[in-house]
Ligand binder design. Structure first.
Ligand code: GDP
Ligand code: ZN
Length: 460
């Protein structure tokens, strides 16, 4: 249980905008806004219909007009938090928004914690924990595919699968416990094959979900990619042609000495993040200035390396060093400048990096870029079939819970083989049930719940 006070926050992004929205949720929300909202029609917001909008002004205690606004009144229980909610659509300036928020706080509302609106939606039972987590994934998704996966999770795709698994575990437990509690009754005991088969069925579904976690992690977080190669082989040109058609988003990443720009390219829904793009894109590259040794630093960070060679030249000792350096990395060799006659000995590549995918490109003519994208996608997703089912495990917390459930279920099978009493089996089955229930939040501690919502943005 939590104290049902009234909370408020600015729910739109900080900065200059066309509108800015303040959200107020809780039993006093309508009354509080009533106190500072003056409508020409002098409406009492307590009497208006749910989901109705009202034009008017926010006025401070001295009668000074702060902003011209539209208020949207949403009444319990069909709201985001299930509580009464008023959203005030202000003009987007920060000063006005802060001032309106201050007035609301003066009227007795409390400033909401990050994620507190969504947390209330969860605590009030409108959504489960996996759905709540999907909301933040949805906001932060970097590609359309990532967005689809988040929406699927929000709509209950994952929750339903988890619920099915829990149901089966509960049925199994109920049956086993009945045979323990009432041994003299004629409760049909599962024969060993039947019990084993049932547990296998559950394990199979847990494994099915676990199998999606690699792909889920990649789609959500993207892969850090480094483009390396000696000067003038065509790194900048290659990046430019990738970015030209595939740019997803550009984000500022705070660096230690300066802010670096991280370019995110969307390849088959995979957010491919190019490390230190700013450096590569400038005419005087960082890579060019810092040379081979420093390239190794980029390599340590990268999940994927694109090594560019100049097809119009032979392989130099510097090229060889770079090839040696990526031996333990996932990577693609790009032989660029294929529009010019080839002078490169491909056997040398094969000697140093046997079996490594090689793609020929002419970056300045945009040739070979599609092929490169295919190779990257195949390499990253490890030849996984793209199933249409958009339920993917994208969250480490969910994966850990499933891993524990999986291990416990394997233990059950062992216990069973050793012919130990049913009590031993039910203890493990209970543990599996709890682990799976953590995903939807059915079985989880308050501290973990707090931690999850603390990661949300303010006003969400
Ligand atoms: P970087 O130093 O590795 O970033 O290489 P750049 O992208 O700056 O390219 C170096 C030079 O090679 C420039 O003059 C480019 O126009 C040229 N270049 C890049 N890609 C190709 C290509 O595919 N074919 C040809 N003929 N020239 C290229
Ligand atoms: Zn360059």
């Amino acid at each position: 249980m939590y104290i049902k006070d009234t909370i408020a926050a600015i729910s739109t992004a900080i900065g200059e905008g066309g509108i800015g929205i303040i959200r107020v949720s809780g039993p006093e929300s309508i009354q509080i806004v009533n106190n500072i909202f003056k409508s020409i029609k002098a409406k009492d917001l307590a009497d208006v219909d749910s989901y109705s909008a009202h034009y008017g002004h926010i006025v401070d205690t001295s009668g000074q007009v702060i902003d011209e606004v539209i208020t949207l009144v949403m009444k319990s229980p069909k709201t985001y938090t299930t509580e009464d909610i008023v959203e005030i659509n202000c003009h987007g300036g920060m000063v006005a928004l802060r001032k309106v928020l201050d007035l609301i706080l003066q009227q007795g509302a409390r400033l909401a914690d990050p994620g507190e609106f969504t947390k209330r939606a969860f605590l009030n039972g409108r959504i489960d924990l996996a759905q709540a987590e999907a909301i933040i994934d949805l906001i932060r998704s970097q590609t359309e595919t990532g967005l689809k996966v988040a929406v699927n999770q929000l709509e209950g795709g994952l929750s339903n699968k988890v619920k099915d698994i829990r149901q089966d575990l509960i049925k199994l437990l109920a049956h086993l416990e009945a045979t323990i509690d009432f041994p003299e009754d004629e409760i049909e005991e599962f024969n060993s094959e039947e019990l084993d088969g049932r547990i296998d069925g559950i394990i199979e579904r847990v494994e099915g979900l676990l199998k999606t976690s690699q792909r889920g992690k990649i789609l959500k977080e993207g892969i850090e990619t480094a483009i390396i190669g000696r000067p003038n082989v065509g790194k900048s040109s290659l990046l430019n042609s990738l970015v030209r058609e595939k740019r997803a988003i550009v984000t500022e990443v705070p660096g230690t000495t300066r802010d670096i720009i991280e370019e995110v390219i969307n390849i088959d829904g995979i957010p491919v993040k190019i490390i230190d793009t700013a450096g590569i894109r400038e005419t005087e590259d960082v890579v060019e200035r810092i040379g081979v040794e420093k390239s190794e630093e980029f390599l340590n960070r990268a999940d994927l390396v694109l090594l560019v060679l100049d097809g119009h030249q032979g392989i130099t000792s510097e090229d060889q060093k770079l090839m040696e350096a990526i031996k333990d990395k996932d990577g693609v060799i790009i032989v660029n400048k294929l529009d010019l006659d080839s002078k490169l000995d491909f056997n040398k590549i094969e000697d140093i990096l046997p079996g490594r995918p090689i793609v020929k490109t002419a970056a300045i003519e945009n040739k070979g870029i599609d092929k490169l994208e295919n190779v990257i996608s195949t390499l990253v997703l490890d030849g996984e079939v793209k199933n249409e089912d958009q339920t993917l495990i994208t969250n480490m917390r969910h994966k850990n819970a499933l891993d524990r459930a999986h291990q416990t279920l394997l233990d059950v099978k062992n216990t069973f083989k050793m012919n130990l009493p049913n009590d031993f089996i039910t203890i493990d089955l209970r543990a599996a049930l709890e682990a799976v229930g953590e995903i939807t939040g059915d079985t989880i501690g308050e501290d973990i719940i707090d931690q999850i919502f603390a990661d949300f943005c303010l006003g969400k």
